[in-house]
Design a protein. Structure first.
Length: 419
């Protein structure tokens, strides 16, 4: 059981809930904070005071006052108008992670949502109602308005969801789970969709997988060191000691541990090679830099997973309602760009080791690692595929998926790699 308090959610818990279906509930303190902020909103709803998103329209319509009898309709219409996503549907794990993160953000007690509505969101999560959420539509600058609206749509008994692998109406999915649709009260539509929970959900799951990948990369590098008859000298802790980046020190120590007692490496300890190629010798520096990047990215995710990203924010201590921009996705966006670069570099140095092992002039191994050269091509094309994947990754980072720029860059890199 994961207990939400709005303050202490971890990447590990996000993975447990989103991929392993661990149940979730609110903490007693979380329930108290939700109710305290809602009490302030209730007072506003009974007044004639113009407060953004509660008794006014949104964005350009913020100067339009909404009468008391139309404020519930305002919230419903907000969801209906913003559920305008397109493209492939997000995987179930991402949607579940986003639902968890949104509930945790609301539990901080700065959004003014009703306790029953947050519990409805968690009931859907625990009963595995999987809203159909298109992957395109969020621009980040206004948070994840479109995809989060598709989740809220199902809460209302609208939209679509997946049930047993089939896409059905939101009403059917709720009925099958024994859940009654929610009628949104004042401020609640805004509270459900203002934030960065989709991008943070993707970020948390990718970060978790990246951490596993870094361990795998060290193991692969150690195996390559043996296959290429390399030396352990470059991993001497004294080298890292005079340039003590934590990731570099960790990777060097890991390679030494993995190759400790290796009879393969010991068998050529006194060969005439002075030093190994960069793709072996610089593993601590390259892998280490990516490990340091992951550590910094986790700091961003840890803050964002436990942040109030709504607008306006309810301040229970003073009763104030303050408009701001916590919904903006820039902190997560920059962290994810950093993560892409970090992982691409790990792939790049790995591809260079593959190339070296397949080249018998460099590796002293059978050409393309085949025992039957000519009859069998061996692993020739695996290196081509790895190289192209690295080119595509860097091009997409550099050109933001602009196809024409990507084509020019790929053509240039073809010559760099193969000619």
């Amino acid at each position: 059981m994961v207990v939400l308090d709005g303050e202490s959610l971890t990447v590990g818990q996000v993975v447990e809930v989103s991929r392993r279906f661990v149940p979730v509930r609110l903490s007693d303190e979380g329930r108290r904070k939700i109710e305290a902020s809602r009490a302030i909103v209730e007072k506003v709803l009974e007044s004639e005071e113009p407060v953004y998103g509660i008794s006014t329209g949104f964005g350009e319509f913020s100067k339009i006052f909404i009468s008391r009898d139309e404020r519930e309709k305002l919230q419903r219409n907000l969801i209906l108008s913003h559920a305008a996503g397109v493209g492939d549907y997000l995987p179930e794990a991402v949607v579940r992670a986003a639902m968890l993160l949104r509930a945790n953000s609301l539990t901080k007690g700065f959004s003014g949502i009703r306790l029953a509505t947050v519990e409805k969101l968690l009931e859907m999560l625990n009963k595995r109602v999987y809203p159909a959420v298109p992957s395109k539509g969020s621009v980040g600058a206004s948070g994840d308005l479109a995809p989060l609206s598709h989740i809220a749509l199902v809460m209302m008994g609208e939209g679509e969801a997946f049930l047993g692998g089939r896409r059905v109406t939101g009403a059917e999915a709720l009925a099958a789970a024994g859940i009654t649709p929610v009628t949104l009260g004042g401020k609640e539509g805004l509270a459900l969709i203002n934030g960065t929970q989709i991008m943070t959900a993707v970020g948390a799951l990718v970060w978790h997988d990246a951490e596993i990948l870094m361990k795998t990369a060290d193991i692969a590098a150690a195996m390559s060191l043996e296959a290429l008859r390399g030396t352990r000298t470059a991993f001497d802790p004294r080298i890292g000691g005079v340039r003590p980046h934590p990731g570099q020190l960790a990777s060097a120590a890991n390679i030494l541990s993995l190759t400790d007692g290796s009879l393969i490496i010991a068998s050529h300890a006194h060969c005439n090679k002075v030093q190994d190629a960069y793709s072996l010798r610089c593993v601590p520096q390259v892998h280490g830099a990516s490990k340091d990047a992951l550590r910094r990215i986790l700091e961003v995710l840890a803050v964002e997973m436990n942040a109030a990203t709504d607008n306006p924010l309810i301040m229970p201590d003073t009763g104030e309602i303050i408009s701001g921009g916590n919904f903006h996705g820039q902190p997560v966006a920059l962290a994810m760009d950093y993560l892409k670069l970090a992982l691409a570099e790990v792939g790049s140095i790995s591809e260079r080791r593959i190339s070296r092992m397949l080249d018998n002039h460099l590796s002293e191994l059978p050409p393309f690692l085949t025992a039957y050269p000519g009859i069998d091509s061996g692993l020739m094309i695996t290196q081509y595929t790895a190289a192209l994947h690295i080119v595509k990754t860097f091009a997409r980072i550099a050109f933001k998926k602009d196809d024409r720029s990507f084509a020019k860059y790929s053509f240039h890199c073809f010559f760099v790699y193969f000619l």
